[in-house]
Write a protein that binds this ligand. Structure first.
Ligand SMILES: [Zn+2]
Length: 143
């Protein structure tokens, strides 16, 4: 501890009259480490010591954090998550994709370009397939 706080020394305190953090002179001590009363060097009024860091900063500090964190918790399901989940769930064996074959919902196909994919829905002649990075509409059952 370099400089002990004692009466007669200057400290920064929040002044209740000036409504500012200003230099004050200590007039009374509560104990060795805590200041009881101070005199404002600006307006010369005597009042209880108020920690300058508590008076101002507390208002601005608190909020901001909680909002940014909650967005991280809301789960966004990406295509690759969906793809992974579907692949894990399925019991179908993957079959090579050809345009002529007919596929059913839940089938796993092995596409030469896009890799493994899971058939999401089947329409007349087309089907929606989830691949690792994208959902594609593919032609099938052309024969
Ligand atoms: Zn003052």
């Amino acid at each position: 501890m370099a400089s002990a706080i004692t009466t007669g020394k200057d400290v920064l305190s929040y002044c209740t009259k000036c409504k500012l953090n200003l230099s004050h002179t200590i007039v009374a001590m509560k104990d060795e480490k805590s200041i009881a009363k101070v005199v404002c060097n600006t307006c010369k009024s005597t009042h209880a010591y108020k920690d300058p860091s508590l008076s101002n900063a507390s208002k601005t500090r608190t909020k901001t954090r909680s909002t940014t964190k909650s967005t991280g918790n809301t789960k966004v399901i990406s295509i690759s998550d969906l793809w992974m989940e579907q692949l894990n769930k399925t019991t179908s064996k993957s079959q090579p994709y050809t345009i002529d074959c007919k596929y059913n919902q839940g089938d796993v196909i092995d596409h030469s370009k896009f890799g493994p994919g899971i058939v999401q829905s089947v329409k007349e002649g087309t089907m929606e397939v989830v691949f690792r990075h994208e959902i594609k509409t593919l032609v099938h059952n052309r024969a």
